[in-house]
Design a protein. Structure first.
Length: 471
């Protein structure tokens, strides 16, 4: 919570407490307290800006103001002191404090402040956004038949920081927050508002560091429903160690809408399959695979000095790796199976959807798993165990058995040709992203596990990409 938000909450509690105890029964004392509350509210709206997840606090304060106004009118008419019965004051006080408690629970628990880990490398980090239109593919999600598939990426890279350097927002600028918030339900508006206050460690369009002529490139694909910025603690860290990170955003597959550079919002979200999960997800991952291959094919032109781009000539295209989380991790394996320009890849805790890979990959591949998913996939539940967790209306045991058996076969197939597997302890599937900080119910955020993940990824890509002997 911000300073004036905290102050307003304290004033509201004081108003309610004063009403119950009668401490502020004199008009002058109550009036001063309400005036302080009004000043704090104005300062909050003017400086800190309106935030959706503070709506209950705003409503509670307005109720206090209305009650105070009614009380003033009643006093004027009675020409004397008006005081409610004790039991009424206690009931009103209880309801008021309950409303304040609920209002504080939203910013403090349901949507707590997100904190990013400090990058551990020697480089400062710059960031910029990129956008492409793949005119060889129609956009299957939109109704407009003339739409082409658009791909967005957020890039992190080693940077040099000058006196005029400006820290980039973690997710959205104020204008982007307004645009995205127009097209989503209230809870998502509150989430967008909450994460807009997160401080990143990256500088907006800072010059690329001159410490090296070129830097190795890592493509990254997020999890299903996730946005690329939700992995900043991992991606900023790799950039600080001398990598250019190209983190894709897959429009219409994100919980929060993707934003195109001309301020168009990718309204709508493709829903995960509820039936024939493998078939549906295999088809959908083909879109992600093509997104990545399209960007991969743009790198040479992008890197051309004549384009005058920020990263022109700075990418070492002989040293490219790829990794992703969950669905994006599975996409990494599919891309490597299609294109051997990827020297090494990592699937962070993803089920291997997509075309079955029978005999492994031609280049090094790491399956980095959470302790949670490693435990879940080590055995197959009985029918009784399954329906204790999932109702018959929500799940199908036969489908579950088929998926479990198929995913085990796929995992073995991908890792067959020298692929490796490693488990990160004390972390959930969602714990690799900042999403668990957005929604604590998804799991406990474990910064130590992220630090360990960063060490594993850095060592792996240093060995297989940065210092790799190119064939």
């Amino acid at each position: 919570m911000k300073l004036f938000e905290i102050g307003l909450a304290i004033v509201i509690v004081a108003i309610i407490s004063g009403y119950v105890t009668g401490f502020f029964s004199k008009r002058k004392g109550a009036g001063i307290l309400h005036a302080v509350g009004a000043i704090l509210l104005v300062l909050h709206l003017a400086i800190e800006e309106y935030r959706e997840h503070m709506i209950l606090i705003y409503v509670t304060y307005l109720i206090c103001v209305l009650c105070y106004g009614v009380n003033v009118v009643r006093r004027g008419k009675s020409a004397g002191r008006v005081r409610s019965k004790l039991w009424k004051r206690i009931v009103v006080g209880f309801l008021g404090l309950a409303l304040v408690t609920a209002g504080l629970a939203v910013p403090l628990y349901l949507l707590p402040k997100v904190k990013l880990l400090l990058p551990t490398g020697t480089f400062a980090v710059g960031t910029a956004n990129y956008h492409w239109v793949d005119k060889s593919r129609e956009e299957s999600f939109t109704v407009d038949q003339s739409d082409y598939r658009e791909v967005i990426a957020k890039v992190w890279y080693p940077a040099e920081i000058g006196d005029d350097a400006e820290l980039a927002p973690y997710a959205y600028t104020a204008e982007e927050r307004r645009l995205v918030g127009k097209n989503v339900p209230f809870f998502k508006k509150a989430l967008v508002s909450s994460i807009s206050d997160v401080k990143s460690h990256s500088y907006w369009k800072a010059p690329v560091s001159s410490q090296s002529e070129k830097y190795p490139v890592l493509l990254f694909s997020p999890g299903y429903g996730a946005s690329n910025y939700m992995y900043a603690s991992i991606l900023e860290n790799l950039a600080s160690h001398g990598y250019i990170i190209i983190a894709m955003q897959h429009p219409y597959f994100t919980m929060l809408p993707a934003l195109f550079p001309d301020n168009r919002v990718a309204v709508g979200e493709i829903e995960p399959a509820t039936e024939s999960v493998l078939d549906t997800m295999d088809k959908q991952i083909a879109i992600w695979t093509q997104d990545a291959l399209y960007i991969l094919n743009q790198l040479e032109q992008w890197n051309n000095h004549e384009t005058g781009d920020l990263l022109s000539g700075k990418m070492d295209l002989s040293k490219i790796g790829m990794f992703g989380h969950s669905f994006g991790g599975a996409a990494s394996a599919q891309v490597m199976n299609e294109d051997n320009r990827i020297l090494a890849g990592v699937n962070i805790d993803g089920t291997f959807f997509g075309k079955r890979i029978e005999n492994g990959l031609s280049n090094p591949f790491l399956y980095l798993r959470s302790s949670e998913s490693a435990a879940d996939s080590s055995s197959i539940m009985t029918k009784e165990e399954y329906y204790k967790l999932v109702s018959p209306e929500e799940g199908n045991y036969e489908e579950y058995i088929n998926i479990q058996k198929e995913t085990i076969l796929r995992s073995k197939g991908v890792l067959r040709n020298g692929g490796t597997e490693q488990v990160i302890d004390n972390i959930t599937h969602q714990g690799f992203s900042e999403a668990v900080q957005f929604f604590p119910k998804l799991g406990k955020y474990n910064s130590s596990a992220i630090i360990q993940t960063n060490k594993v990824l850095l060592q792996y890509f240093d060995n297989h990409v940065k210092t790799a002997q190119i064939k």
